[in-house]
Design a protein around this ligand. Sequence first.
Ligand SMILES: [Fe+2]
Ligand SMILES: [Fe+2]
Length: 370
Amino acid sequence: MNAAYRFDDWESPAPAAAAPVAPTSAPAPSTAVTQSLAPINAADKRIVNGKADINQLAPFKYPWAWEFFLKANRNHWTPLEISMAQDVHDYHHKLSPAERHVFENVLAYLTTSDILAMRNIGLAVMEKMSAPELQIYQARQVYEEALHTWTYQHCIESIGLDQQEIYNRYRVVPEIHGKIALANRRLERVMRADFDLTDRANLHEFALSYFFFAVIFEGCWFYNGFTPIFALQRRGLMKGAAEQLQYIMRDEVLHCAFGIRVVRELLKEENLTLDPEALRELWAEAEAAETAYAGHILRDPILGYNAELHVQQFRFIANRRARQVGVEEPFPGAGNVLPWLDEQANLRKEKNFFETRVTEYQTGGALAWD
Ligand SMILES: [Fe+2]
Ligand SMILES: [Fe+2]
């Protein structure tokens, strides 16, 4: 990666497809310090089932993972730094009922979603990684997902929405629940304590689950999920909430890029190929859930945005993600119907960040510990 790295319109060549191979016995997992005292060899590190000492950062086998950690730390903010004053006025006095419906339901989905994202990385993925440079980025990712939850809560609170009602919405609206339930099923399959990755079928299940979370859940659903609020922002509405979401989107783009890199390396290292039929099923499920969701949040179109555009853009982004992983495009021919979405993701905020922030966060000597 270099300074010119763009947040989302990157594409890298697909790895050579590995031929499916008969199950082999993988090396025994080991996170313990080896018996004999000797320096570690970076070549012994693996994405999963590694043999090298997990407590030693360098020498790196995956220096790109460390770069991701450094890059993530350049997108630090807290929701308190962005003024929501105008949003309170917009929500109560400017938004139409259809726009309020969109805004509330997007928040209701996102806030539950980010908790799931946090649990996936922190509880199902991180403990299976066997190189510290991977775990360190993922530790940051866990924090960022918590920060995103705080951000939604801050939006809900500052606008004065009914928390009880908003947070329960995914429990009572089937179209919101559908996406969460699908993700929960994927998560639960790999979060079992007895999930042994030396078993090839389990390894495939894990790779597929990681693919789902990085590529679909974060790379498509999140990426595309902020768009209805960006559509309001483009008309000068809910600009504080939209700015909050832009910071979140930058995190999510990195989460997705990192996840895709991990999946590619994992497939290469383990000589594993994702089953095309399982992938087709995954995309079909994701598309059906997203279509139902779009039908609910946009049951009435808003100015410049409707359910059809939302679903078309999902398909377009899905194809991009598939190319980035190196698997077949699920929706050939899908067009880029919302080209401004990528501008939103790649926006370099550094220039005006310090002009728009409204508070200083405490650093170094200024920290108060009581
Ligand atoms: Fe997130
Ligand atoms: Fe994420």
